[in-house]
Design a protein around this ligand. Structure first.
Ligand SMILES: Nc1ncnc2c1ncn2[C@@H]1O[C@H](COP(=O)(O)OP(=O)(O)OP(=O)(O)O)[C@@H](O)[C@H]1O
Length: 248
């Protein structure tokens, strides 16, 4: 799980992110430790609102932690200046986000994807404004907001291709098969399998058991904490089922 020098490609220590204040305080990420080694695929699953997207944003420098550390190839990224952070986001990390639903998708799915996309876009815009603008803007996920005649599967394959264009140290994917039909999901699944085989380091947030099954390690998130997912029950629907954790 580490390279020859023993340094994980991506590492988090005591990572925390709080939103809001007082009674409205949400501990979205609450003390996460994680090491992702070179060429490793790590899948993160867990219920809605458990902090998966927030964690991915912190790991990729799209958002600043409230506490704790994030390192890329042994170099801290949580405490670096905005320019260095913007450069890091352009050159060392890539993101794949949830595809937008095609016309026939269920309205609840659309609303959910819309909310997630707005939050991500807000984070990307804030990060881009704060750091060096320019190239980062051009190929960030806002592109996926453009109305398009492409199918969800085609758009998502394009998004993955773009994500690889800067040969990132790590690809962070947030529900990459969300809103895709099963044929498109299979395509994207194959892409991730190929990526894994090619030695790309990957962190994938997913509800899809088939995607999670491609991972070397799977974790579940619960209330902002990462739980070892080796005891995840996989249901017959292809969705990851209940976590058989100590609290269950
Ligand atoms: N910008 C924000 N401001 C306030 N609260 C937020 C913000 N972003 C996330 N949260 C809250 O933090 C918690 C974790 O959210 P997050 O989106 O990371 O969870 P998730 O596991 O990715 O959920 P989903 O699977 O629905 O995308 C939730 O309670 C959410 O409402």
């Amino acid at each position: 799980m580490s390279d020859a020098a023993g340094t994980p490609v991506l590492s988090a220590r005591g990572l925390r992110k709080e939103h809001g204040k007082g009674e409205g305080l949400v501990r979205a990420v609450d003390g996460v430790d994680l090491d992702v080694g070179a060429g490793e695929t790590v899948a993160i699953t867990g219920p809605s609102g458990s902090g998966k997207s927030t964690l991915l944003h912190l790991l990729g420098g799209l958002d600043r932690p409230s506490g704790g550390e994030v390192s890329l190839n042994g170099r801290r990224i949580d405490d670096i200046g905005e320019k260095a952070l913007a450069r890091m986001r352009r050159t060392e990390v890539s993101y794949v986000f949830q595809s937008f639903p095609d016309g026939g998708a269920h309205r609840r799915g659309e609303r959910r994807a819309g909310r997630a996309a707005r939050r991500t876009l807000t984070a990307v815009r804030a990060a881009t404004r704060a750091g060096a603008a320019g190239p980062a803007r051009a190929r960030r996920p806002g592109q996926q907001l453009l109305p398009s005649v492409l199918s969800g599967g085609q758009r998502q394959r394009g998004a993955v291709a773009r994500a690889l264009s800067n040969e990132p140290l790590v690809v962070l994917a947030d529900e990459p098969t969300g809103n895709l039909d099963s044929a498109a999901t299979s395509d994207v699944l194959r892409l991730f399998e190929d990526l894994h085989e090619s030695g790309q380091t990957l962190v994938i947030v997913t509800h899809d058991a088939r995607i999670a099954a491609t991972a070397d390690r799977t974790f579940s998130m619960r209330d902002g904490a990462l739980v070892d997912g080796t005891r995840l029950a996989v249901g017959t629907t292809g969705q990851l089922g209940a976590l058989v954790g100590p609290e269950d």
